[in-house]
Design a binder for this molecule. Structure first.
Ligand code: B12
Ligand code: SF4
Length: 485
């Protein structure tokens, strides 16, 4: 059985490419369970299209039997495109990832989609292939309506009459230590050279990896979409994480590492233990960053000092709003502005670079509350500020509110990018025009300060990456035209 796992090419703005750890995990489980013919295709870094890859495999008489495609909400249209190409070339298609978990039926209505896997799928994909490759009495087959698919938790499929069946959900795996590590060797790692602009990631020989030390988050921020990892925090043991950290640093010669947990510091004691273990083993030679924001209310000065000693270079924090009411009652972030200020102060005192994530245009906001957010960004003065316009992802509290009380402007799933410069909805009096103006203004006022421009000009990547920097500047700093909605 030859399997191609695909992350589709994305039109969503992103200044950097990250390895797709979800596909890495699926490939790791497949290899560990006796499926050696697995190839990873990441549209962010490939030269050929999926259709070309499939055609070449057919010409070499080694066609792919199964094409598995991953999709967050913004990539679902691209995922269907890949599925059409794959079906047209005789492959069986299975889609998985966040959007498929939220809206499985939508994809199962498409003739190009044979199966959907919902939720974490390391076990689902193995059970799926086992049914797919042999009949109940052990003969080879590729029947996609075998009744045994009924027994696979988290799978959506069609029975012999063509009826779409959604099996029961698969429970989250509690024993993360027993999941095989991602098949890192299958990534074209030399193409992931820039995990983020602050890690001097301009080395053309960089090897940027990411690692997931825990899954899930118990908080309930109203905009956050976490269909895969869920509300239950599950941490891997320190020894298990260290096994992977050793592999990345010693065997795979990582030049930078990104932590992509939903909330890696939920258990402060464990976070410190991990840093101590990295220091004790001398693995602190490779710089690392937190890709997803840390939660400010689970930090203290000692944590940041240990992170610094353990090789961490930069920390990101979800700040979201400078208005206490919006933060508490609308975003429901379960953190105070004092905790935000304290975390930045401590991280800087420990010598770490900082990054802040800020949201504009939540329901109930006004120009004044967004102004407070911009003021807070200026006060905190992180090395990097990421200003985002609120996007109502399906399943979130924000989505439900916009459905009930608002007007939605985004009608295609690829409009849902949070780094887009367009407002996605209107609730109450807050028009898209005001949100977009405050968002552009935030970028201009934050990045166009003389001291910051001087600091940037001294940074190596500003010069080495000049064309990208100019494109970013044009995108963020252009004054918005009259609203098109
Ligand atoms: C790291 C990360 C990134 C990285 C890399 C993304 C990547 N290619 O993996 C970067 C920074 C590039 C990124 C970008 C964006 N991201 Co992001 N990202 C994450 C983060 C923090 C971790 C992802 C991860 O490694 N998960 C762990 C692995 C094990 O899980 P997984 O990837 O989901 O895979 C499992 C299952 O989904 C399933 N599965 C996945 N694919 C497939 C395919 C098949 C065939 C099968 C059977 C199963 C299957 O099996 C896997 C193993 O269990 C998640 C949060 C989260 N916890 O999921 C957000 C998250 C996925 N991102 C999100 C968003 C919104 C974005 C952006 C749209 C933001 C933007 N720019 O506007 C962009 C999209 C760009 C793009 N091209 O994808 C949302 C998606 C919500 C949604 N409904 O789609 C999430 C859930 C964050 C959140 N809580 O809101 N992201
Ligand atoms: S935004 Fe972060 S803290 Fe909030 S629910 Fe999502 S993962 Fe948890």
């Amino acid at each position: 059985m030859r399997i191609l796992l695909v992350s589709p090419e994305s039109k969503v703005w992103n200044s950097r490419a990250h390895i797709h750890n979800g596909l890495g995990y699926l490939a790791g489980s497949l290899l560990a369970t006796g499926y050696p013919n697995v190839t990873l295709y990441d549209g962010a870094v490939e030269d050929e299209s999926v259709a070309q890859v499939l055609d070449r495999a057919r010409a070499d008489h080694q066609p792919y039997d199964v094409v598995g495609i991953s999709a967050p909400t913004v990539l679902i249209e691209n995922a269907w495109g890949v599925a059409r190409d794959a079906k047209a070339r005789g492959a069986i298609t299975i889609l998985g990832g966040p959007h498929l978990t939220l809206q499985p039926d939508e994809s199962m209505q498409k003739p190009e989609v044979d199966f959907v896997a919902r939720g974490e799928a390391e076990d689902t994909i193995i059970e799926f292939l086992r049914v797919l490759e042999t009949t109940a009495d052990g003969r080879p087959q590729t029947a996609i309506s075998d009744a045994r698919f009924r027994n696979i938790l988290g799978l959506s499929w069609r029975d012999a009459t063509g009826r779409v069946m959604h099996n029961l959900d698969r429970p989250l795996r509690a024993d993360l230590d027993n999941i095989p590590l991602p098949a890192y060797h299958l990534f074209k790692i030399e193409r992931y050279t820039n995990l983020n602009p602050l890690t001097d990631g301009l080395d053309p020989h960089a090897r940027a990896y990411t690692i997931v030390t825990s899954r899930g988050c118990p908080y309930k921020c109203t905009y956050c979409s976490k269909p895969i990892t869920g509300d239950t925090w599950r941490g891997r043991s320190i020894e298990n994480v260290m096994r992977e950290w050793r592999l990345l640093v010693r065997d795979l010669r990582a030049t930078e590492i990104g932590l992509t947990d939903d909330i890696w510091n939920l258990d402060l004691k464990r976070a410190k233990e991990l840093c101590r273990a990295i220091i004790a083993e001398g693995l602190n030679t490779v710089p690392w960053v937190t890709v997803h924001g840390m939660k400010v209310n689970h930090t203290d000065l000692e944590l940041f000092q240990l992170m610094k000693q353990a090789g961490c270079k930069r920390v990101g924090f979800g700040v979201e709003s400078g208005d206490e009411y919006i933060l508490k009652r609308v975003v429901k972030k379960s953190q105070t502005l004092d905790q935000v200020r304290n975390a930045f102060k401590n991280a800087k005192a420990a010598g770490l670079q900082t990054m802040g994530f800020f949201i504009y245009g939540m329901p109930g906001e006004t120009a004044a509350t967004m102004e407070k957010t911009t003021q807070l960004a200026l006060e905190l003065d992180p090395d990097l500020a990421n200003f985002m316009i609120a996007a109502p992802y399906p399943g979130t509290e924000l989505w439900k509110l916009v459905e009930k009380e608002g007007i939605l402007f985004s009608h295609n799933w690829d409009d849902y990018a949070i780094h887009s410069d367009k407002a996605h909805f209107q609730v109450g009096d807050l028009t898209a025009e005001i949100v977009e103006r405050k968002w552009h203004e935030a970028y201009r006022r934050f990045y166009f300060r003389p001291a910051r421009i001087a600091r940037r000009l001294l940074m190596k990547d500003t010069w080495l990456n000049a064309p990208q920097r100019v494109r970013d500047a044009a995108r963020f700093f252009r004054v918005p035209k009259a609203n098109a909605h």
